[in-house]
Write a protein that binds this ligand. Structure first.
Ligand code: NAD
Length: 490
């Protein structure tokens, strides 16, 4: 029997959206998980109207930071209490292995806890005066902010925006990606349960070009925090510029991982495999371009190929699975086209390149981890973000050659360096044009550490002690302490 579409959260009210319904499909089985009564542009307008009312209500606007922090902490507790349910839902929604979605749920709870702590301990500043007055620098909410997120790690991306935006005293209109909207709706419900005033939060699944665009264009939306592809981010920034609105942009990547010939190869091979093939390569920070120093190139490639062939591609709810399915069949086709392009560019597939032959996986959108050698750094598969389990391996001669090749990309999100020589690791880390560099490890993240990209990977930072400030406006206040009139007017 067909289920009624799930309602969405419009300004704190669970009600049907008026847009085209969206069905989330479990990529492991090809079966529908749920259909959502998605938002329309009119629903954005209604959500913003309710958001303006809720945000300007003194009950919220004057709420002291330590009281607001309690709501954030309560949210963390509720996420933790529903940990397994949320991890399973996230896995069904986007196909990530359950071991990864558990970590994402824990990270979302950790984000709310950390931001609560930052909020309680953030000082305003007394600045140095140049006369008989006190000068203060204070921070105030922007008002209504938009948050637009992709499908690959929704609960973590949502938390990274919702927690600091709410901590900053704003209302938030969140638009998750169409392919995986379910977890964001759950997070919206949890925020209501935690006691955030109704109206303050909306979760509006819907089409990017209409619902997302309306959020960006709405005159009452004062800031948009976006995570997604570079082309989408560029268009969004252009729209934002028309109304002189600030944006936070976390965009795509084509991150280099680097193995010097003096590296501990066991550690390096593990790190490289995890860097590219966890999350099926559908990660902004996937280490998708591997540079290996010539002397160890053949050995590293042989080891990687053998280990990639042994990775367990399987059902995402199987605890042993290392790689689940890709998000959709269309996306898998796009990744396969890139593999075809790689061979057309002269590349050699040394691992994978095919779908798994296990009949139990035939209904899902699986693809074996794929390694390609024999193409240069200027090839399209080395330059374009594939967002799938495809690793391109390229040799380098020395540090100068390595830095030139690694930085020869429009992106600048992340990089990984493996070497036993610390001064060399440090030099390399500082020479790489990337927002995150890992030395002898990869894809380790802390909410206390700022995250963001260089170049076409983005321009702003999330996380860290300044996260809340991205959702606030700074104001300077001068207070006379002389008790005297300004002499000019005498
Ligand atoms: P996408 O750019 O297609 O979509 C991202 C979001 O933007 C979705 O919610 C989409 O509906 C919305 N959108 C699309 N057009 C819009 C418009 N005109 N106005 C407003 N919103 C619009 O990206 P995706 O396919 O969902 O995600 C994959 C991309 O995200 C990859 O490029 C990946 O690298 C990037 N990503 C970056 C980070 C990071 O932190 N830097 C993290 C995760 C993913």
């Amino acid at each position: 029997m067909a289920q009624n579409p799930l309602p969405i959260l419009i300004g704190g009210v669970l009600q049907d959206g008026r847009g085209k319904p969206i069905t989330s499909v479990d990529p492991a089985e090809g079966t529908p998980v749920a259909t959502v009564a998605a938002a329309s542009e009119e629903d954005v307008d209604l959500a913003v109207e309710r958001a303006v009312a809720a945000q300007s209500d003194p009950a919220w606007l004057r709420m002291l930071p330590h009281v607001r922090a309690r709501l954030l902490t309560r949210t963390a507790e509720l996420i933790e209490a529903r940990h397994e349910e949320l991890a399973v839902l996230q896995s069904r929604d986007n196909g990530k292995p359950i071991t990864e979605t558990r970590a994402l749920v824990a990270s979302a709870a950790g984000t709310f806890r950390y931001v609560a702590a930052v909020l309680e301990s953030s000082d305003e500043r007394l600045t140095v005066p140049r006369g008989q007055y006190l000068t203060l620098s204070v921070h105030e909410p922007i008002g209504v902010v938009g948050a637009i997120t992709p499908w690959n790690s929704p609960i973590a991306s949502d938390a990274q925006k919702l927690a600091p935006a709410l901590a900053g005293g704003n209302a938030v209109v969140l638009k998750p990606a169409g392919w995986a909207p379910l977890i964001s709706l759950k997070v919206g419900e949890i925020l209501l349960e935690a006691g955030f005033p109704p109206g303050l939060v909306s979760v509006l699944p819907g089409a990017g070009g209409t619902v997302g665009q309306r959020i960006v264009d709405h005159p009452e939306v004062g800031h948009v925090s976006f995570t997604g592809g570079t082309d989408t981010g560029r268009g969004l920034a252009a729209s934002a510029a028309r109304k002189l609105m600030t944006t936070s942009l976390e965009l795509g990547g084509k991150s280099p991982t680097i193995v010097f010939d003096d590296a501990d190869l066991d550690v390096a091979v593990n790190g490289v495999l995890y860097g590219i093939f966890s999350s099926q390569g559908q990660s902004c920070i996937a280490g998708s371009r591997l540079f290996v120093q010539r002397a160890v190139f053949d050995e590293v490639v042989a080891r990687l190929a053998a280990r990639a062939d042994a990775l367990r591609v399987g059902h995402p709810r199987d605890e042993r699975t290392q790689m689940g399915p890709l998000i959709t069949d269309r996306h898998r086709t796009s990744v396969e086209e890139y593999i075809g392009l790689g061979t057309a560019e002269g590349g050699k597939v040394v691992a994978g390149g095919v779908r798994p032959d296990d009949p139990a996986l035939a209904c899902g959108t699986y693809l074996r981890p794929t390694i390609i050698t024999g193409v240069g750094n200027s090839s399209r598969i080395a330059q374009e973000e594939i967002f799938g389990p495809v690793l391109v391996v390229i040799p380098f001669e020395d540090e100068a050659d390595l830095i030139a090749q690694a930085n020869d990309t429009v992106y600048g999100l992340a990089a990984g360096v493996w070497t036993r020589d610390f001064p060399k690791a440090w030099r390399t880390a500082r020479a790489l044009k990337a927002g995150q560099v890992w030395i002898n490890t990869y894809k380790q993240l802390s909410v206390a550490t700022p995250f963001g990209g260089f170049k076409d990977s983005g321009s702003t930072r999330e996380k860290g002690a300044d996260a809340i400030r991205a959702y606030q406006r700074q104001k300077s206040v001068y207070v006379d302490v002389s008790g005297m009139p300004i002499p000019w007017a005498d």
